[in-house]
Design a protein around this ligand. Sequence first.
Ligand SMILES: Cc1cc2nc3c(=O)[nH]c(=O)nc-3n(C[C@H](O)[C@H](O)[C@H](O)COP(=O)(O)OP(=O)(O)OC[C@H]3O[C@@H](n4cnc5c(N)ncnc54)[C@H](O)[C@@H]3O)c2cc1C
Length: 244
Amino acid sequence: MSFGMLKAMETYDVIIVGAGHAGCEAALAAARVGARTLMLTMNPQHVALMPCNPSIGGPAKGHLVREIDALGGAMGRVIDETLIQIRMLNTGKGPAVQALRAQADKHAYNAAMTRVLAQQGGLELRGGLVADLLTGGAGEVRCIEGVRLTTGETLRCSAIVLCTGTSLNGRCISGEHTFAAGRAGEPAATALSDALRRLGFELGRLKTGTPPRHDRLEPRRGAARLPGAPLLQRLRAPRFRGVA
Ligand SMILES: Cc1cc2nc3c(=O)[nH]c(=O)nc-3n(C[C@H](O)[C@H](O)[C@H](O)COP(=O)(O)OP(=O)(O)OC[C@H]3O[C@@H](n4cnc5c(N)ncnc54)[C@H](O)[C@@H]3O)c2cc1C
Protein backbone atom coordinates (compact mmCIF):
# COMPACT_ATOMS: atom_id res chain seq x y z
CA MET A 1 0.00 0.00 0.00
CA SER A 2 1.33 3.43 -0.85
CA PHE A 3 0.19 6.87 0.27
CA GLY A 4 2.68 8.47 -2.13
CA MET A 5 2.21 10.90 -5.01
CA LEU A 6 0.25 9.66 -7.99
CA LYS A 7 2.24 9.01 -11.13
CA ALA A 8 0.68 9.97 -14.47
CA MET A 9 -0.89 7.29 -16.67
CA GLU A 10 -0.66 4.35 -14.29
CA THR A 11 -2.94 1.46 -15.21
CA TYR A 12 -5.15 -0.63 -12.93
CA ASP A 13 -7.81 -3.25 -13.44
CA VAL A 14 -10.14 -1.52 -11.00
CA ILE A 15 -10.18 1.91 -9.38
CA ILE A 16 -12.34 2.29 -6.31
CA VAL A 17 -13.25 5.88 -5.47
CA GLY A 18 -13.81 6.21 -1.73
CA ALA A 19 -12.48 4.56 1.41
CA GLY A 20 -15.61 4.44 3.55
CA HIS A 21 -17.25 1.13 4.48
CA ALA A 22 -18.37 0.56 0.89
CA GLY A 23 -15.02 1.45 -0.66
CA CYS A 24 -13.09 -0.80 1.73
CA GLU A 25 -15.25 -3.82 0.98
CA ALA A 26 -15.26 -3.15 -2.78
CA ALA A 27 -11.48 -2.75 -2.88
CA LEU A 28 -10.83 -5.86 -0.79
CA ALA A 29 -13.25 -7.90 -2.91
CA ALA A 30 -11.62 -6.77 -6.17
CA ALA A 31 -8.10 -7.44 -4.90
CA ARG A 32 -9.14 -10.85 -3.50
CA VAL A 33 -10.14 -12.03 -6.97
CA GLY A 34 -6.77 -10.94 -8.35
CA ALA A 35 -7.58 -7.54 -9.88
CA ARG A 36 -4.85 -4.89 -9.64
CA THR A 37 -6.80 -2.46 -7.52
CA LEU A 38 -6.31 1.19 -6.61
CA MET A 39 -8.35 2.86 -3.93
CA LEU A 40 -8.53 6.64 -4.15
CA THR A 41 -9.80 8.75 -1.33
CA MET A 42 -9.70 12.36 -0.23
CA ASN A 43 -7.67 11.58 2.90
CA PRO A 44 -5.99 8.18 3.35
CA GLN A 45 -5.89 8.78 7.11
CA HIS A 46 -9.71 8.67 7.14
CA VAL A 47 -10.22 5.03 6.12
CA ALA A 48 -13.65 3.75 7.23
CA LEU A 49 -14.24 6.94 9.14
CA MET A 50 -17.59 6.95 10.88
CA PRO A 51 -18.83 10.52 10.55
CA CYS A 52 -21.99 10.02 12.57
CA ASN A 53 -22.92 7.40 15.16
CA PRO A 54 -19.92 5.02 15.21
CA SER A 55 -21.95 1.85 15.24
CA ILE A 56 -22.21 -1.33 13.20
CA GLY A 57 -25.42 -3.30 13.37
CA GLY A 58 -29.05 -2.44 13.89
CA PRO A 59 -31.98 -3.71 11.84
CA ALA A 60 -30.72 -2.56 8.40
CA LYS A 61 -26.94 -2.22 8.58
CA GLY A 62 -26.59 -5.40 10.68
CA HIS A 63 -28.27 -7.46 8.00
CA LEU A 64 -25.97 -6.01 5.34
CA VAL A 65 -22.83 -6.59 7.42
CA ARG A 66 -23.74 -10.24 7.91
CA GLU A 67 -24.24 -10.71 4.18
CA ILE A 68 -20.90 -9.03 3.48
CA ASP A 69 -19.33 -11.24 6.15
CA ALA A 70 -20.69 -14.37 4.49
CA LEU A 71 -18.99 -13.25 1.28
CA GLY A 72 -15.62 -12.88 3.04
CA GLY A 73 -15.89 -9.18 3.89
CA ALA A 74 -13.98 -7.33 6.58
CA MET A 75 -16.51 -5.19 8.50
CA GLY A 76 -17.69 -8.03 10.76
CA ARG A 77 -14.17 -8.99 11.76
CA VAL A 78 -13.09 -5.40 12.31
CA ILE A 79 -16.06 -4.53 14.52
CA ASP A 80 -15.46 -7.71 16.55
CA GLU A 81 -11.96 -6.43 17.18
CA THR A 82 -12.90 -2.87 18.03
CA LEU A 83 -16.37 -2.89 19.64
CA ILE A 84 -16.73 -1.26 23.05
CA GLN A 85 -20.40 -2.05 23.66
CA ILE A 86 -23.04 -4.27 22.11
CA ARG A 87 -26.74 -4.60 22.85
CA MET A 88 -29.94 -5.99 21.44
CA LEU A 89 -32.23 -3.25 20.11
CA ASN A 90 -36.03 -3.28 20.30
CA THR A 91 -36.30 -5.93 23.03
CA GLY A 92 -39.73 -4.53 23.92
CA LYS A 93 -40.98 -5.40 20.42
CA GLY A 94 -41.30 -8.60 18.44
CA PRO A 95 -38.34 -10.73 17.32
CA ALA A 96 -38.66 -9.58 13.69
CA VAL A 97 -37.44 -6.10 14.60
CA GLN A 98 -34.84 -7.04 17.22
CA ALA A 99 -31.24 -6.59 16.18
CA LEU A 100 -27.82 -6.42 17.76
CA ARG A 101 -25.84 -3.23 17.42
CA ALA A 102 -22.20 -2.77 18.32
CA GLN A 103 -20.67 0.58 19.16
CA ALA A 104 -17.16 0.92 17.78
CA ASP A 105 -14.11 2.67 19.08
CA LYS A 106 -14.00 4.71 15.87
CA HIS A 107 -10.24 5.37 16.00
CA ALA A 108 -9.48 1.70 16.65
CA TYR A 109 -11.86 0.76 13.81
CA ASN A 110 -10.06 3.15 11.44
CA ALA A 111 -6.66 1.71 12.46
CA ALA A 112 -7.81 -1.91 12.18
CA MET A 113 -9.40 -1.44 8.74
CA THR A 114 -6.29 0.41 7.52
CA ARG A 115 -4.24 -2.59 8.64
CA VAL A 116 -6.58 -5.01 6.83
CA LEU A 117 -6.21 -2.99 3.60
CA ALA A 118 -2.44 -2.86 3.96
CA GLN A 119 -2.28 -6.65 4.36
CA GLN A 120 -4.28 -7.29 1.19
CA GLY A 121 -2.03 -8.07 -1.77
CA GLY A 122 -2.73 -6.31 -5.07
CA LEU A 123 -4.33 -3.32 -3.38
CA GLU A 124 -2.99 0.23 -3.20
CA LEU A 125 -4.49 3.08 -1.20
CA ARG A 126 -3.68 6.63 -2.22
CA GLY A 127 -4.88 10.15 -1.56
CA GLY A 128 -6.43 11.89 -4.57
CA LEU A 129 -9.64 13.72 -5.41
CA VAL A 130 -11.30 12.39 -8.58
CA ALA A 131 -12.59 15.26 -10.73
CA ASP A 132 -13.45 13.54 -14.00
CA LEU A 133 -14.12 10.16 -15.56
CA LEU A 134 -12.30 9.29 -18.78
CA THR A 135 -14.38 7.36 -21.27
CA GLY A 136 -13.85 5.82 -24.68
CA GLY A 137 -16.34 4.98 -27.40
CA ALA A 138 -19.02 7.26 -28.72
CA GLY A 139 -22.69 8.11 -28.25
CA GLU A 140 -24.50 5.70 -25.96
CA VAL A 141 -21.80 3.04 -26.27
CA ARG A 142 -19.17 4.31 -23.88
CA CYS A 143 -16.65 2.53 -21.70
CA ILE A 144 -14.64 3.70 -18.76
CA GLU A 145 -10.94 4.26 -19.40
CA GLY A 146 -9.75 6.01 -16.29
CA VAL A 147 -10.02 8.96 -13.97
CA ARG A 148 -8.59 12.46 -13.84
CA LEU A 149 -7.70 13.97 -10.49
CA THR A 150 -8.02 17.59 -9.44
CA THR A 151 -4.22 17.82 -9.85
CA GLY A 152 -4.64 17.01 -13.56
CA GLU A 153 -3.05 13.58 -13.24
CA THR A 154 -4.74 10.70 -15.01
CA LEU A 155 -4.94 7.03 -14.05
CA ARG A 156 -6.09 4.34 -16.45
CA CYS A 157 -8.36 1.46 -15.50
CA SER A 158 -10.76 -1.08 -16.99
CA ALA A 159 -13.44 -0.62 -14.34
CA ILE A 160 -14.36 1.95 -11.75
CA VAL A 161 -16.50 1.62 -8.62
CA LEU A 162 -17.84 4.84 -7.12
CA CYS A 163 -18.21 4.56 -3.34
CA THR A 164 -18.45 8.26 -2.68
CA GLY A 165 -20.96 8.15 0.18
CA THR A 166 -22.58 11.49 0.88
CA SER A 167 -19.89 13.47 -0.97
CA LEU A 168 -21.37 13.81 -4.47
CA ASN A 169 -22.61 17.38 -4.70
CA GLY A 170 -22.88 17.11 -0.91
CA ARG A 171 -24.63 19.78 1.09
CA CYS A 172 -24.75 20.31 4.84
CA ILE A 173 -27.55 22.15 6.58
CA SER A 174 -26.74 23.28 10.09
CA GLY A 175 -29.40 25.46 11.65
CA GLU A 176 -29.79 28.43 9.33
CA HIS A 177 -26.55 27.71 7.46
CA THR A 178 -26.25 25.71 4.25
CA PHE A 179 -22.87 24.94 2.71
CA ALA A 180 -21.25 22.51 0.28
CA ALA A 181 -19.50 19.68 2.18
CA GLY A 182 -18.83 15.97 2.23
CA ARG A 183 -18.53 13.97 5.42
CA ALA A 184 -16.98 15.35 8.62
CA GLY A 185 -14.65 18.10 7.42
CA GLU A 186 -14.18 16.81 3.84
CA PRO A 187 -15.15 18.85 0.76
CA ALA A 188 -18.09 17.99 -1.50
CA ALA A 189 -17.20 16.06 -4.67
CA THR A 190 -18.69 18.69 -6.96
CA ALA A 191 -16.47 18.15 -10.01
CA LEU A 192 -17.21 14.41 -10.05
CA SER A 193 -20.95 15.13 -9.84
CA ASP A 194 -20.61 17.42 -12.88
CA ALA A 195 -18.69 14.69 -14.72
CA LEU A 196 -21.49 12.19 -14.10
CA ARG A 197 -24.05 14.72 -15.34
CA ARG A 198 -22.02 15.30 -18.53
CA LEU A 199 -22.12 11.54 -19.11
CA GLY A 200 -25.91 11.65 -18.98
CA PHE A 201 -26.59 10.46 -15.43
CA GLU A 202 -29.38 12.11 -13.52
CA LEU A 203 -28.37 13.07 -10.00
CA GLY A 204 -30.67 13.40 -7.03
CA ARG A 205 -30.04 13.91 -3.35
CA LEU A 206 -30.76 11.66 -0.39
CA LYS A 207 -31.03 13.36 2.96
CA THR A 208 -29.49 12.07 6.18
CA GLY A 209 -30.88 13.80 9.25
CA THR A 210 -28.43 13.86 12.11
CA PRO A 211 -30.04 15.12 15.32
CA PRO A 212 -28.30 17.84 17.33
CA ARG A 213 -25.77 16.49 19.82
CA HIS A 214 -25.95 17.42 23.48
CA ASP A 215 -23.42 16.96 26.23
CA ARG A 216 -25.63 15.42 28.94
CA LEU A 217 -24.84 11.83 28.23
CA GLU A 218 -26.36 8.99 30.21
CA PRO A 219 -24.40 5.74 30.41
CA ARG A 220 -26.21 2.80 28.86
CA ARG A 221 -25.04 -0.72 29.58
CA GLY A 222 -24.48 -3.29 26.87
CA ALA A 223 -25.80 -6.85 27.06
CA ALA A 224 -24.15 -9.18 29.57
CA ARG A 225 -24.58 -12.20 27.31
CA LEU A 226 -25.42 -12.61 23.67
CA PRO A 227 -28.86 -14.13 23.30
CA GLY A 228 -28.91 -16.71 20.52
CA ALA A 229 -26.73 -16.37 17.44
CA PRO A 230 -24.30 -13.47 17.37
CA LEU A 231 -24.94 -10.57 15.03
CA LEU A 232 -21.60 -10.90 13.39
CA GLN A 233 -20.59 -14.31 12.26
CA ARG A 234 -17.20 -14.18 13.88
CA LEU A 235 -18.29 -12.62 17.13
CA ARG A 236 -17.30 -14.98 19.93
CA ALA A 237 -18.27 -14.81 23.59
CA PRO A 238 -14.67 -14.18 24.84
CA ARG A 239 -14.51 -11.13 22.60
CA PHE A 240 -17.67 -9.73 24.03
CA ARG A 241 -16.82 -7.23 26.73
CA GLY A 242 -20.33 -5.97 27.51
CA VAL A 243 -19.26 -2.69 29.05
CA ALA A 244 -21.31 0.50 29.02
C1 LIG B 1 -23.37 13.82 9.09
C2 LIG B 1 -23.67 12.42 8.63
C3 LIG B 1 -24.56 11.65 9.38
C4 LIG B 1 -24.84 10.34 9.01
N1 LIG B 1 -25.67 9.58 9.78
C5 LIG B 1 -25.85 8.27 9.52
C6 LIG B 1 -26.59 7.40 10.38
O1 LIG B 1 -27.08 7.83 11.41
N2 LIG B 1 -26.72 6.10 10.05
C7 LIG B 1 -26.16 5.62 8.91
O2 LIG B 1 -26.27 4.43 8.65
N3 LIG B 1 -25.50 6.42 8.07
C8 LIG B 1 -25.31 7.71 8.35
N4 LIG B 1 -24.60 8.51 7.53
C9 LIG B 1 -24.21 7.98 6.28
C10 LIG B 1 -22.84 7.41 6.35
O3 LIG B 1 -22.12 8.18 5.44
C11 LIG B 1 -22.92 5.94 5.99
O4 LIG B 1 -23.51 5.16 6.96
C12 LIG B 1 -21.58 5.31 5.72
O5 LIG B 1 -20.53 5.93 6.40
C13 LIG B 1 -21.40 5.44 4.28
O6 LIG B 1 -20.25 4.71 3.92
P1 LIG B 1 -19.75 4.87 2.47
O7 LIG B 1 -18.58 3.96 2.32
O8 LIG B 1 -20.88 4.70 1.53
O9 LIG B 1 -19.31 6.40 2.33
P2 LIG B 1 -18.40 7.35 3.20
O10 LIG B 1 -18.02 6.79 4.50
O11 LIG B 1 -19.05 8.69 3.17
O12 LIG B 1 -17.07 7.42 2.31
C14 LIG B 1 -17.01 8.12 1.09
C15 LIG B 1 -15.59 8.06 0.61
O13 LIG B 1 -15.51 8.58 -0.70
C16 LIG B 1 -14.41 9.48 -0.78
N5 LIG B 1 -14.69 10.34 -1.91
C17 LIG B 1 -15.86 10.96 -2.22
N6 LIG B 1 -15.75 11.62 -3.37
C18 LIG B 1 -14.49 11.42 -3.81
C19 LIG B 1 -13.77 11.85 -4.95
N7 LIG B 1 -14.33 12.63 -5.90
N8 LIG B 1 -12.47 11.46 -5.08
C20 LIG B 1 -11.89 10.66 -4.14
N9 LIG B 1 -12.52 10.23 -3.04
C21 LIG B 1 -13.81 10.60 -2.89
C22 LIG B 1 -14.36 10.11 0.59
O14 LIG B 1 -13.09 10.69 0.83
C23 LIG B 1 -14.62 8.88 1.45
O15 LIG B 1 -13.45 8.13 1.63
C24 LIG B 1 -24.28 9.81 7.86
C25 LIG B 1 -23.40 10.60 7.10
C26 LIG B 1 -23.09 11.88 7.49
C27 LIG B 1 -22.14 12.70 6.66
